[in-house]
Design a protein. Sequence first.
Length: 276
Amino acid sequence: MLAEKAAEIRKLAVDAIYHAKSGHPGGSLSIAEIVAYLYFKEMKVDAANPADPERDRFVLSKGHCCPALYAALAMKGFFPKEDLNTLRHLGSYLSGHPDMKNVPGVDMSTGSLGQGISAAAGMALAGKRNGKSYRVFSILGDGECQEGQVWEAAMFSAHYKLDNLIAFVDFNHLQIDGDVRDVMNPTPIDKKFEAFGWYVQCIDGHDFAQIEEAVANACKSDRPSAIVCTTVKGKGVSFMENNYGWHGKAPKAEEYEIAMNELNAALAAAKEANNG
């Protein structure tokens, strides 16, 4: 079931970016399994009550990859799927970065990299101080880990023992200018979070069994948790995979046709496996 959800997230995200004629497909595709797992297996969220004070929170710190988030929210019923194709259009409520004031289900407006994880940490601290049982989940980019504010948030979270905070790092190795290790090397990301006092796990970010086990382990920890996920930028579209050129551009008509054929095939295969 989760593989089917991830495949649909990818299809809806690429479709939305194509109709927008702009957007960020590479990182949206690399986080599909993480987003699918959180929204369709792990998190307590309800489209009928998006402001439920007891709900789990999600902060997409790498806000430019909102097509994947929007797809999941639409699939959960927060807003119509048809609205996805208004992404980035003038007058649409679906802007190029998450907007908590206008998009149902969005818990934090993000876009300036590094700030989302700080907001997530603040939410986690508020939950603990108010005696709430909700958890806070966040997704960071590996290039985003070049931002100093990420490490201020890491220090803050460990100091306040925010064991209700789980951060996923989308370690697809690429950012807009190339390999993250060539642009401004943030590695070893896992050792850095460990040095700040976090509980850290390294997994394959496309493997649901590993994601599930890592989250279960994180929930048992008495510290904030970082799950460093090795992923493939552009996952699911052959010509986008491991190609930093697809960090922030929309496919043309012929590219869109190839991408949708591949994504439809993947979705059909996932459905068949689920029914089998």
